[in-house]
Design a protein around this ligand. Structure first.
Ligand SMILES: [Zn+2]
Ligand SMILES: [Zn+2]
Length: 470
């Protein structure tokens, strides 16, 4: 039964949209109403005089669009429906349910894992839940102790359908992944994972992420609710209502999340020490990220700090080098690089760039990036990739990108644009990118996306170091 459900899930995610505007079926309308009832306190039968107020359907769509920083139209446009289709947390985005101040009145809390998912080894569930509590205790005075019997403050459970006395049943796919109840609410501290979904440990995140969810990341988010946090509209935050594959599995909290928990409980009495200085990076470290990646003739260069790896994809050979050995004038820690059709490689760091031509550094560099047409307020480039088919270069900055025409040596009109709109499934941010055999490869932290530019879709998700013979 479960495999059938997951088949349905994957189909519904792949083909949920396109929907033609103006041709919305009754079923889509029902889905929209259900979403807004569940997450935006839309009332079943609005009072007659509430029709034009914030309680109307249009008013609730506006609230939802405002929360997710979409165009506020009050209409169920494709962007809005696309957001509603994704699996998300079951806790509402607005309403009294989310208000949980002043939080727990004690800092020593117990938790208990009441049952296990068949998707994972019990030891992996235990480890994921413990790590999820740890990330909150490192930034607050809270201390969590696991108990195996008796009444705990926070109970963890995998459930389906209507479960116990919980007022929020899980009915299959298209529903919430999990939900949790804040302190003070009758079901305080309970964390329920929807067993309709497939749960995975960190080591399994290479699987297509739409179908398997990293238990640690979802647990960390739900525990945030159990401690009293509401949803954040900051798309980078762990407490954003949707789970993103771009969250760090080392430490998924952003400053927004830390500010939230410290607003309730204050800072940690023992802030963590500065991590030790990184030594020579290990290519096969599963957490490795890269500063920049570019082709260089038949090689691919993976740059990190003062180091780089030369990868020969045709020979599946990898060599490690120090950047300064070959190009002493090139700085360490370049942030973006690409090779154009004339075998010219540009390297970017902060607002400057260097050029390599025929394996020699070109004189007259570095130049500032306003020579390429960037506005003065752009201080650094995160990633750059050249498209051989169109001879255009894509520059990624924050959650936006520019397109540069290598033939006219000028920026195309109409940019910057939002990365997530034109490269669905990646980002919103990119650390490094390059093109190989017609595909684009995007890197962010320890993950990599193989992307088909023509079909505008992700082909597969991999570890960032998949090229390094690990
Ligand atoms: Zn949530
Ligand atoms: Zn529940």
């Amino acid at each position: 039964m479960k495999s059938l459900l997951f088949l349905l899930l994957s189909v519904s995610f792949s083909y949920a949209f396109p929907i033609h505007p103006g041709n919305r079926s009754e079923e889509q309308k029902a889905q929209l109403v259900q979403y807004l009832e569940q997450f935006y306190e839309l009332e079943n039968e609005p009072k007659p005089r509430a029709r034009k107020s914030s309680n109307s359907l249009e008013g609730k769509i506006r609230q939802m669009q405002d929360f997710f920083r979409l165009n506020v139209t009050g209409k169920a446009d494709d962007d809005t429906l696309a957001v509603m289709q994704q699996p998300r947390c079951g806790v509402p985005d607005i309403g009294s349910f989310v208000l949980a101040l002043p939080g727990w009145s004690k800092t020593k809390l117990t938790y208990r894992i009441l049952n296990y998912t068949p998707d994972m080894k019990a030891a992996d569930v235990d480890a994921a839940i413990q790590r999820a509590f740890n990330i909150w205790s490192t930034v607050s005075p809270l201390i969590f102790t696991r108990i195996h019997q008796g009444t705990a403050d926070i109970n963890i459970e995998f459930v389906t359908g209507a479960h116990g006395r919980c007022p929020r049943p899980f009915y299959g796919p298209q529903q919430a992944l999990a939900h949790a109840f804040p302190p003070g609410y009758p079901f305080r501290g309970n964390v329920h994972f929807n067993e309709y979904y497939n749960w995975a440990a960190d080591s399994a995140i290479d699987a297509p992420y739409q179908l398997r969810f990293n238990l640690f990341l979802v647990a960390a988010h739900e525990i945030g609710h159990a401690l009293g946090l509401a949803h954040s509209s900051d798309p980078e935050a762990l407490m954003f209502p949707y789970f993103k594959s771009t969250l760090s599995v080392d430490f998924p909290l952003t400053q927004d999340d830390i500010n939230g928990i410290q607003a309730i409980y204050g800072p940690s009495p023992n802030p963590p020490k500065e991590p030790a200085k990184p030594t020579l990076p290990k290519a096969c470290d599963p957490k490795i990220s890269f500063d920049a990646v570019t082709t260089l003739r038949r090689e691919v260069m993976f740059l990190k700090g003062r180091h780089y790896w030369r990868v020969y994809p045709d020979l599946s050979e990898v060599n490690y080098e120090l950047i300064s050995t070959f190009w002493p004038s090139l700085p360490s820690g370049t942030q973006a690089a690409y090779e154009n059709m004339n075998d010219r490689v540009l390297f970017f760091k902060d607002n400057r760039f260097w050029a390599l031509n025929g394996l020699q550094m070109e004189p007259g560099y570095p130049k500032t990036i306003d020579h390429l047409g960037f506005p003065q307020n752009i201080k650094k480039i995160d990633a750059a990739a050249f498209d051989e088919d169109t001879e255009k270069t894509y520059f990624f900055v924050g959650n936006q990108y520019w397109r540069f025409d290598e033939n006219s040596q000028s920026m195309d009109k109409g940019y910057p644009r939002k990365t997530r709109e034109d490269f669905p499934g990646i980002g919103p941010k990119v650390d490094a990118a390059f093109q190989h055999n017609g595909f684009f490869y995007f890197f962010y932290r320890s993950k990599q996306w193989e992307f088909d530019l023509k079909d505008k879709r992700v082909i597969r998700v991999m570890k960032s170091n998949s090229w390094l013979n690990c």
